[in-house]
Design a protein around this ligand. Structure first.
Ligand SMILES: N[C@@H](CCC[C@H](N)C(=O)O)C(=O)O
Length: 329
């Protein structure tokens, strides 16, 4: 039997598969097929998820393992902030270390265990970097200029300003009113830019943000390869950077920013090292279920013999979210 975990960061949900625990690792084709099946709300397990996080060995200095991110549609993402927190907890528990690095597609990122956000809510801080703005790294095309920072793009939506940032996965961000946040604009734009289109040929994660107060945001994201999610960690990190750059009167580099999202709340801290940026993303790493499954079934993409155990952790997470709502009221 092999153990998978169902996990979430701000209720952005994933299954974790540790390839190092298998007799025979799943090949890339098997991983993609498993992801499409297990994350499907109808055909998968536990109402599906937003992707699969695949852990493997890493031989890089200071790392305890590597993480590959597979979106629910089978596309591969270079990074996942909420996912990295849960992978960090998994590796931290497995190797009894609280501060280390995790190899991701583009870089080895520093992570560490943090003081819990609330009782029973394990919390991790992860580094979000490298950060770039140039059109080649996102990539984008057919928009004026080599970067897109706080500019109107009428082809996207009239009257809104957009900022494009790679962290290193691609994000398009707009600061909007409450009315626009509650409209169907984000859903329509997210869908348009994640089907064949002349602007973001590889698709893009689209986030709308509302400024709530000094160093306080609400962010909602339509994710590439997934659709609407409860939260997107890299999206909230990129949005925090756009907040510091575009709205300096209500935000501070190096200070804690509270980022509320439909799945809860995270904290970010944006660092400016002489124009080179990186972000700390701090939030929950919750394991909701353990899934035991025969290894042969995993290779054959058959899920009917999976045995599921509830960890009981979600109760504490929901208490944390309820406390946030009470503080708001
Ligand atoms: N939910 C993630 C981002 C996952 C990848 C994204 N959909 C992409 O394709 O870039 C996060 O928490 O960062």
């Amino acid at each position: 039997m092999v153990q998978l975990l169902k996990v979430h960061g701000s209720q952005n949900q994933f299954f974790i598969l540790d390839q190092t625990e298998l007799k025979t690792k799943l090949n890339q084709e098997e991983l993609v097929a498993l992801t499409k099946q297990i994350t499907d709300p109808a055909k998968g397990l536990l109402d599906g998820a937003d992707g699969v996080l695949v852990i493997d060995h890493s031989d890089h200095d200071g790392t305890l393992g590597s993480m590959q991110v597979i979106n629910t549609d089978g596309s591969i993402a270079s990074m996942c902030g909420n996912g990295l927190r849960t992978v960090s907890r998994y590796l931290s528990d497995k190797y009894h270390q609280n501060s280390f690095k995790v190899e991701t597609m583009d870089s080895d990122l520093a992570v560490h265990r943090e003081t819990s956000l609330a009782p029973g809510v394990p919390t991790f801080s992860v580094e979000i970097s490298p950060v770039t703005f140039n059109k080649e790294s996102l990539p984008f095309d057919n928009l004026d200029g080599d970067t897109l920072i706080d500019r109107e793009v009428p082809a996207f939506t009239k009257g809104l300003k957009f900022t494009a940032i790679a962290v290193p996965n691609p994000h398009l961000i707009s600061f909007v009113s409450e009315e626009v946040m509650n409209s169907d604009v984000l859903g329509k734009l997210g869908k348009e830019l994640n089907q064949p289109n002349p602007y973001f040929t590889d698709g893009v994660n689209v986030s709308f943000a509302q400024i709530l107060d000094h160093n306080q945001l609400f962010v909602r994201t339509y994710e590439r390869g997934v659709g609407f999610t409860n939260a997107c960690g890299t999206g909230m990190s990129a949005t925090s950077l756009a907040f510091c750059l575009n709205h300096p009167e209500v935000s501070d580099f190096e200070e804690t920013i509270s980022v509320y999202n439909p799945g809860g709340m995270v904290k970010t801290r944006v660092h400016d090292d002489d124009g080179s940026y990186h972000i700390d993303l701090i939030g929950n790493a919750t394991f909701t279920h353990k899934v035991e499954i025969p290894e042969t079934d995993l290779h054959a993409n058959q899920l009917q013999h999976a045995e599921i155990t509830d960890t009981g952790e979600q109760k504490d997470y929901l208490n944390f979210v309820n406390d946030l709502k009470q503080q708001e009221a």
